[in-house]
Design a protein around this ligand. Sequence first.
Ligand code: ZN
Length: 341
Amino acid sequence: MRAMVVRAWGQPFVEEQRPDPNPGYGEAVMKVRAAGAGLTLVNMRTGMYGGSAPRVMGHELGGDIVAVGEGITNVKVGDRCGVYFYLNCGHCRWCRNGRETLCEKHGGYVGVHCDGGYADLVCLPAGNFIPIPKGLDYEGAAMACDAVNTNWHCMRERARINPHDDVLLIGAAGGVGIHGVQVAKLFGARVIAADISEEKLALCKTWGADEVINTRAVADVATEVKRLTDGKGADAAVDYVGKPATFQAAIDSLAVSGRAVVIGGAVGTVAVTPINLILTEKTVTGSRHSTRAELIETMEVMARGLIKPVVGKRVHFTAVEELFQDLAAERLLARGALTYD
Ligand SMILES: [Zn+2]
């Protein structure tokens, strides 16, 4: 099979011919039909998330199961499937109480700690394959596996969005953010989208943003959010960038009882004022990917057409390096997609 390999962390992809994988006990093999690529993977390729190279990356995947090992009951040959990103134990208190991304024996990530799907075939623990419902295509299923399900978990469990909320999304035109605009709208919120260019903000408007803020054109994001909410502030603020300046803006934009949630993970610190947290009962927190159950829900919602995959650029998987260069340079609108024909 063809595989796009990172031979050492920090290096570009190289195409290699590798033997087709055979599934061992508890494993299954999927023929990949579509994939996504986002900024998380650009960061993971530096080696900052651990794992070892040489490595075939790629975790946002849709395809067909073509072989199963012994002991498999959850999927069979011919099933259309997406892929769950995390390698969790399935038995610890967090796996058992619906917060499996906090797994005590977390084994890492598909495409970082084991080989992923920027290849014709991918072999994984069978439990990481999640059947795709009727009405959702391979590319939509691939996007569900990170770009969309991350928002499903964030908006419902962490930001706790209600229809009466004003919600600020920082970095809203990126691969995860643009789907966050749709999820927040689906939950009934009024969405204020913030990003760094008019082109990106126009995309946010297309996908339902009610208000937009060009962060390079205003002196202070929090002041602009207060202006757009008659002085109240945002009931929730989700930061897809995660730089100190952007998460500080999220915190400073909050209304009384507001929730600031970080999804993007850059290095740095922010300031919070304890007395202000007491007097206003604000929440400053993070949101980590989604559970398998939330991925299943996400795919069902997408199959009904309520959330649509937004692809900014599509290339063949053997040209994945081009997408990574676009992502690193912040040139890409929405999600990058890979084809396999
Ligand atoms: Zn666990």
